[in-house]
Design a protein. Sequence first.
Length: 203
Amino acid sequence: MNIVLDRPVLVLNRLWQPIHTCSVRRALKLVCLGHAQVVQTDGEARYQTHDFTSWVEHSSDNVADELVRTVRLALRIPKIIVLALYGRLPRKEVKFTRHNVFLRDKFTCQYCGVRFIERELNLDHVVPRDKGGKTTWENIVTSCIGCNTRKANKLIHQVNMRLLREPRIPRWRPLFGMKSEAPTDESWVQFLQPDRDTVRLSA
Ligand SMILES: [Zn+2]
C-alpha cells in the first residue's frame, strides 16, 4: 500500500472555506476529473491554483518535493485543493458515529455534566433498546461509565437522573470534527483560522 496516497489533503469549498480533508488519492482524482484545483501557497498568503495539466507541468519542474508516481506520471503531492463545483453545494450531514456524538456533546457526560477523555466515555440510549429506544442522534447521548452503569436499562425518571440537554441531530458546519485532526501541514493554518475572513475584511 502506498501510504503517501492516504495522507490528508485539506479541501476548500469554492468560497475558499475549509470543509474537510480527503486523501491524496481522492484529491488527485478530483483534480484529474476537473472537479478541483490544487492550491499552492508560498508561505506568505499568496496562492496559486493548478488544474491537472498545470500540476503535471509544475511537478516536472520541481524535483525537490516528494512525488507520487503513477504508471506514466510523477506528481507532486497536493496539500490543499479547492473545489471547482458550480451551483449549489451538496447538502452535508454529520455522520452518525461514536466520535461525532462525543463531539456534539463536547466530551461531556450528559447526565453528570463532567467532561471526560474519549476512552472514559460511553454512548447511552436515553430510552433503552429493550424499551424500543432507537440508535439515533435523538436517542443517543455521551455518558460516563459511572452514569451509564447507574442508569442501566431504566428510563431517566426511574433512576432520578436528568439530561443536560435534549439530544438533537447536529447541524453540519465547516470543520465539524476537524478539531481533533490537527493541521498536518503548515500551509493549512492560514485557512483554518476562524477569524481569517474578519481579518481579511478589515485589512
Ligand atoms: Zn456521568
